[in-house]
Design a protein around this ligand. Structure first.
Ligand code: ASP
Length: 315
């Protein structure tokens, strides 16, 4: 049986936005708008330093943001990368998905498009983020331009399905803390950071973008769902195969976590971290925090309990 609507998102930081999205869906809103509400909630919250306002800066102390959006009905997509002062990059990515050409814009070109089309502009660098940058710089003897200095990054990713079994995917991130200026990760790259096709399902990824891009993980997961796997099987199979391939090629992969949603509302997640929190809801279930655990490659997914919530320190 299909769900009337369902949504899945990455990280605990998406919980408040997913509650808002659930209210929107209950009152007859579209999955497209609910997805944007969930993501802008994280973009606007200065408590989260890996997305939007107050995102952690690059090696030059500048915040560079990436976002992407896809509509699984007509395979339209939009994306922005390396934007410095757009308040809600996801909204610009979503607007760009209406264009058949020039729908992925970068840096100054994306900023001038956003300003010309009435999107809110804002200095996205906060005192807090600047202080974190200065602390990081003080630790370094030389600027390690190409080397992300700290394990401080995450992406808010959302996959949404609604009544007509239409699917949407959206992501927003400030990328890796201390990244090389101009570095773009997987997040705004269709097929890697996000993908959806309403005939099958949608998927998105968070973690070290270069390792995700090497395997184009999101489109591969959707391909597995199209071939008949459940979203959970698809996430596990694709991540396991990719990690093995990276190891064969001599890489020591960074953290990678993936989420997926089928057109029937079933969801899945996989990770190579000890634990990866994510959020789900559908018409029968409130926004619920889940934890995906990898124990030597064996994936377990369960609801987060009070003890876990107490002990979890991340976003
Ligand atoms: N995938 C993002 C990037 O590489 C970071 C993350 O999701 O943790 O920019």
């Amino acid at each position: 049986m299909s769900a009337k609507y369902a949504m899945i998102s990455t990280w605990k930081m998406s919980l408040a936005g997913m509650r808002k999205a659930k209210r929107l869906m209950e009152s007859g809103g579209s999955a497209r708008d609910a997805l944007a509400a969930a993501i802008t909630d994280v973009e606007d919250d200065p408590a989260f330093h890996s997305v939007g306002y107050s995102g952690l800066p690059n090696a030059r102390g500048e915040v560079e943001l990436d976002a992407g959006f896809m509509n699984g009905r007509d395979l339209s997509f939009g994306a922005v990368s390396g934007v410095k002062n757009i308040q809600n990059p996801i909204l610009v990515a979503r607007e760009l998905s209406g264009l058949a050409r020039s729908c992925f814009l970068t840096a100054a070109g994306a900023e001038s498009y956003a300003a010309a089309h009435g999107f809110a502009m804002r200095n996205m660098l906060t005192e807090d983020a600047l202080a974190a940058y200065r602390r990081e710089m003080a630790k370094q003897t030389a600027v390690r331009e190409a080397d992300p200095a700290a394990d401080a990054h995450d992406t808010v990713c959302v996959v949404a399905q609604d009544t007509d079994a239409e699917l949407y995917a959206g992501v927003s991130t400030s990328g890796l803390f201390m990244k090389h200026p101009g570095r773009v990760g997987d997040s705004p790259v269709i097929g890697s950071g996000f993908y959806c096709d309403s005939t099958a399902g949608g998927a998105a990824a968070t973690g070290f973008g270069e390792d995700v891009m090497r395997g184009c993980l999101s489109v591969r997961i959707v391909g597995r769902i199209a071939a008949g796997r459940s979203p959970q099987e698809a996430c596990e199979e694709v991540l396991e195969a990719h990690l093995a391939r990276l190891a064969d090629a001599g890489y020591t992969p960074g953290n990678i976590s993936v989420i997926a949603l089928g057109r029937d509302g079933r969801f899945g997640a996989a990770t190579n971290r000890a634990e990866f929190p994510f959020v789900v809801f559908d018409e029968a279930r409130e926004a619920t925090l889940m934890v995906c655990r990898s124990d030597g490659g064996r994936i377990r997914v369960e609801e987060a309990d009070a003890a876990w919530l107490e002990s979890y320190k991340g976003d």
